[in-house]
Each structure stands twice: as structure tokens, then as C-alpha cells.
Ligand binder design. Structure first.
Ligand code: NAG
Ligand code: NAG
Ligand code: NAG
Ligand code: NAG
Length: 322
């Protein structure tokens, strides 16, 4: 089979194949569009080499015994990164030739695609033993129509950019161990279905009824969406002003209240500033006189106005101009 380098469809679904998924599928079968190995007994990890399949549209390894993590390279399936595909109908003298037709399992049923097969873009890794996080790269696959990662052991949060998958019609992340707040999806109604998040006890926020705790709403500042950041900034500004009022009142009355009610302190206080004023005036007058005297001595030497041994701060090494 390694030599079948022109193969476009490899569908071995619903059999009893076992062993590991060989690396050569990614390395040798470069023109594969449909790789369906669903419902077998394959085990071991997902070969990262599969991402070399640049024409791959349907990738179904569901219901096996695959373990390990989902490789980050799976964000590199080039055919899946195209958001707007054109439907290429292979016509044979007015009749559809039937060269390409595929049975795809999605939305819980198996359907045959023939005329629109070039538009179908699916990833289904459900029903395995995969762990680790959902790779962020998956959100680069803008053409994805369906992504099923349910029934694994995936952990971590759902990538915020999942909203970028504008073509997605079916998403299923149920029955994993995902946690954190579900990314708010104002554009994608598909993602507002609570059943696709079911069976993840640590997930919270709409569409689930499980409300987030405050520390889950702001897990850490790097993961905040812009909207959340604005809300948080605004809250901080409000708190600042709210606490400034009482601070001013207390500070003002501690000083003025005492001066108002205690006569002897008031007298001492004003005398102090009176003396201080006098002393300052005398000191400044002296400095001024000295300065004029020095200037008179040096006046005729013609010193350059900017001495050359004084560097401009910008010229100092390591000085950052911001
Ligand atoms: C596969 O191709 C290689 C060289 O291209 C050849 O040596 C080998 O015999 C082929 N294998 C089969 C089973 O045809
Ligand atoms: C799944 O694979 C593991 C080894 O990775 C093996 O121990 C286990 O028996 C397999 N389970 C099934 C149902 O084949
Ligand atoms: C994805 O592809 C790009 C360019 O083809 C490459 O630079 C990058 O390393 C690949 N990423 C992974 C995780 O393989
Ligand atoms: C996802 O896969 C699981 C198990 O393979 C299946 O039960 C479920 O119906 C699928 N979800 C969708 C939305 O197709």
C-alpha cells in the first residue's frame, strides 16, 4: 500500500484492524483527501506526519483506542485552512461520474456525499483515549464544518479562537475533562448548544447552567478576551474613584479638624510656616547673589553653551527611548 501514492480515498472503517497507525500514510499517500479508519482497534499515538496530507478533507479516526495528545501540527492540514472552497463537480457528459463519493459520519448519522464532496471538511477523533489540551492550531482550520473530539480525556480550556471557525456546523466536545469558562460565542449559534459541552464537570458559563466562579471568569489576564479586559479595567477605575472620595474626606478632616478645634496647635502650625517662609526667602536671596558674582567672573571666557563632555541621555548605551 505504501506504493499507492496516488490514492485519494482510504476507507477502512468498521473493521477489526489493530496496531499503530503507520507513519507512511502521511509520508507516502500525499494525495489523500479522505482518510477514514473509524471503528477499528488501532492503538498508540496519532502520527504528527499526518499533517503532511495537504489535500485532506475528511479525517475520521473515531472509535479506536488511540492515546497520547493531539499533535499541534494538526493545525497545518492545508486544505482545511481554506474558508471559502468552491464546489468542484466532476461531470462526465452530463452525468455525475461517481468518481468521488464518500460516506461521512457526522451529526450522529452516516450520509453519502457525492456532488458536494469537495465541500465536506471534517475531523472526528471521538471515542478514543486522547489526553492533553486541544491544540490552538485547530482554530486555524477555517474551513472546518464539523469537529468531534467527544469521549476522550482532553483537559485544559477551550481555545478562545474557536469562534474563528465560521463555517462550523457541528462541534462536539462532550465527555472530556475540559475546564474553565466556555468562550463567549456571539457569532456562532452552533456553539450555543449545551449538549456539545456535556460531561465536562469543570466547564462553566453559558450555554451551561453551571455558573463560573469569579476567579474562573478572569482565569489569568492573558486569556481574557478584549471585552473582558475592558470590563475589568472599567471596574478598576470605578474602584479607584470610589475609594478616593473617603480617602480625601478622612485626610482633610484629620488635619483641618485638629487645627480648627485646638488653638495652641493652630498657633504653632502657622508660626512654623511663617518662619519657614522667612528662612526660604533669605536662602534664595543668598544663592542668587552668589550666582551673579560667579557669572561676572566667568563672563568673558566665551564658554560653549553645551559643554561637549555632557552626553545627551539618548546617546548613552542601554538607554531606552520610549
Ligand atoms: C514499491 O516501489 C518500490 C520502488 O518504487 C519497489 O522497489 C517495490 O518493489 C514496490 N513494492 C511493491 C509491493 O510493489
Ligand atoms: C487499548 O490499548 C491499550 C494499550 O495502549 C491496551 O492495554 C488495551 O487493552 C486496549 N484496549 C482495547 C479495548 O483494545
Ligand atoms: C506548520 O507549517 C508551517 C509551514 O508549512 C511550519 O513552519 C510549522 O512548523 C508547521 N507547524 C507544525 C506544528 O508542524
Ligand atoms: C461525536 O462522536 C460521538 C462518538 O463517536 C457520537 O456519539 C456523537 O454523535 C458525535 N457527535 C456529533 C455531533 O456528530
Amino acid at each position: 500500500m505504501k506504493n499507492c501514492t496516488w490514492l485519494r480515498t482510504l476507507d477502512l472503517g468498521e473493521n477489526g484492524f489493530s496496531g499503530k497507525i503507520p507513519n507512511w500514510i502521511g509520508e507516502r499517500l500525499s494525495f489523500l483527501k479522505f482518510l477514514i479508519l473509524r471503528s477499528n482497534k488501532f492503538h498508540g499515538s496519532l502520527p504528527p506526519h499526518l499533517s503532511l496530507l495537504s489535500d485532506l478533507q475528511v479525517f475520521d479516526l473515531s472509535q479506536n483506542n488511540l492515546s497520547g495528545t493531539i499533535p499541534e501540527s494538526f493545525g497545518n492540514f492545508s486544505a482545511m485552512t481554506v474558508a471559502n472552497r468552491r464546489n468542484v463537480i466532476i461531470d462526465n457528459g452530463g452525468r455525475y461520474s461517481g468518481v468521488e463519493s464518500i460516506w461521512v459520519f457526522w451529526k450522529g448519522v452516516q450520509s453519502e456525499y457525492s456532488r458536494t464532496v469537495s465541500l465536506v471538511i471534517n475531523i472526528n477523533l471521538s471515542g478514543n483515549d486522547l489526553h492533553g489540551e486541544i491544540p490552538k492550531g485547530i482554530t486555524h482550520l477555517l474551513g472546518l464544518q464539523s469537529l468531534n473530539l467527544s469521549r476522550n480525556r482532553l483537559t485544559g480550556t477551550i481555545p478562545e479562537d474557536i469562534n474563528d471557525l465560521q463555517r462550523i456546523e457541528s462541534l462536539d466536545l462532550s465527555w472530556n475533562q475540559l475546564s474553565g469558562r466556555i468562550p463567549s460565542s456571539n457569532q456562532l449559534d452552533t456553539l450555543n448548544d449545551s449538549s456539545i459541552y456535556m460531561g465536562n464537570p469543570l466547564l462553566c458559563g453559558p450555554p451551561l447552567l453551571n455558573q463560573c466562579q469569579p476567579n474562573e471568569i478572569f482565569p489569568d489576564s492573558q486569556q481574557l478576551s478584549d471585552g473582558d479586559k475592558d470590563a475589568k479595567d472599567e471596574l478598576e477605575i470605578q474602584l479607584f474613584y470610589i475609594s478616593m472620595g473617603p480617602g480625601f474626606v478622612v485626610g482633610f478632616w484629620v488635619v483641618c479638624g485638629i487645627l480648627l478645634f485646638k488653638r495652641s496647635w493652630r498657633v504653632t502650625y502657622y508660626n512654623f510656616f511663617d518662619n519657614m517662609g522667612d528662612r526660604l526667602y533669605v536662602a534664595m536671596a543668598r544663592k542668587h547673589a552668589k550666582f551673579r558674582k560667579n557669572k561676572g567672573l566667568q563672563g568673558n571666557r566665551g564658554l560653549p553653551s553645551t559643554p561637549s563632555n555632557v552626553l545627551h541621555p539618548r546617546a548613552l548605551p542601554g538607554h531606552k527611548s520610549s
